[in-house]
Ligand binder design. Structure first.
Ligand code: PMP
Length: 330
């Protein structure tokens, strides 16, 4: 019989898939690593598993304890899934720009969710960082993984994401592209890939226009889960060769193309990463192998990037002209 002992054992070992249509005119091989195939639906399952396992080992998380974390949703799902399997409670703090569907998913796994305003500075007492600190202090047996300063985040990618990419490309990968939120994905995978290839893999950060990773001021953007207005401890800028800024319009246009042309229903940060990757891929040749990491599924954004009214209200191209009349035979 072939089965996993628990859903936690299904985390990681996500597949690589070649892009075939959005890469028209590009001679390099462009592969995407499909992280929505993790059991919690995102790349963050890897980080959650590592942070909880290490906190158990260090004694910071004791049996029956409560995990408190500021999270845009995906880290919460990963934490909730692992916590539930191991008997912990979860309280998550999310900014209000995060979609209601994402919060409902957290609640569905049995977590409690506290919502905070997006438009306050990171040092305001109402910021999601501050609120989660207060809850951690007040709840007995609380443990805050603190994903923006927890080395186990990047370490999980050093131990899993990076080696998987190297193994599955037979060591032929030449470029790695990922967005950065905490920066854990890109920093951990980059550290492994640069080490194992003797610096032969070029590391490219995709970043929302306005975010500080690509030289912005931290001004707002709409794409979720990526970009920052402060430097977290989990991002290692010295490992990144280049950061490419992509605006929301381009991120969302590419996100919609990935669903319609590649059959990949992914979130806006995936579209952003592919948009950045393809800019570089256009300058590459047939020997090059690019891997772009797609962090999560588009299911959490059906009322946003995949909703024509939402796109139109924000002034983005939403594929007008694809009416029923245009697809029916004359
Ligand atoms: N995309 C999405 C949708 C995310 O939720 C996250 C995690 N915040 C990222 C990208 C970025 O991953 P990381 O935190 O590892 O930089």
């Amino acid at each position: 019989m072939k089965y996993a002992e628990s859903v936690v054992d299904l985390i990681g070992n996500t597949p690589l898939v070649k892009l075939n249509r959005v890469t028209e005119g590009i001679t390099a091989t462009v592969l995407v690593k499909v992280e929505y195939l993790n059991p919690g639906g995102s790349v963050k399952d890897r980080v959650a598993l590592k942070m909880i396992t290490e906190a158990e080992k260090s004694g910071e998380l004791l049996p029956g304890g409560t995990i408190v974390e500021p999270t845009s949703g995906n880290t919460g799902v990963g934490l909730a899934l692992v916590a539930q399997q191991r008997g912990y409670k979860c309280v998550f703090v999310t900014p209000d720009k995060v979609g209601e569907e994402k919060r409902d998913v957290l609640r569905a796994y049995g977590a409690e969710v506290v919502v905070t305003p997006t438009s306050v500075s990171p040092d305001s007492p109402h910021s999601y960082y501050a609120v989660s600190d207060r809850l951690t202090a007040e709840i007995p047996g609380a443990y805050k993984p603190n994903q923006f300063f927890n080395d186990n985040g990047p370490l999980s990618h050093y131990e899993s994401t990076g080696p998987e990419i190297w193994r599955d490309t037979d060591g032929k990968v030449t470029h790695f592209v990922a967005g950065a939120g905490t920066g854990g994905t890109i920093s951990g995978a980059a550290r492994f890939l640069r080490e194992v290839s003797n610096d032969g893999v070029r590391i490219i950060a995709a970043d929302p226009e306005g975010s500080i990773y690509s030289g912005g001021t931290g001004r707002p953007y709409i794409v979720e889960g990526v970009g920052e207005d402060m430097w977290p401890g989990t991002y290692s800028p010295e490992l990144v060769h280049e950061a490419i800024a992509i605006d929301d319009a381009e991120s969302f246009a590419m996100t919609r193309r990935l669903a319609r042309e590649e059959g990949l229903l992914v979130g806006g940060s995936s579209g952003m990463a592919v948009a950045a990757g393809l800019r570089v891929a256009r300058t590459l040749g047939p020997e090059d192998v690019m891997v772009i990491l797609l962090p999560d599924s588009g299911r959490g954004y059906l009322t946003k990037v995949f909703n024509d009214t939402w796109m139109r209200d924000l002034g983005y191209d939403h594929g007008e002209g694809e009416t029923l009349a245009s697809v029916l035979p004359a």
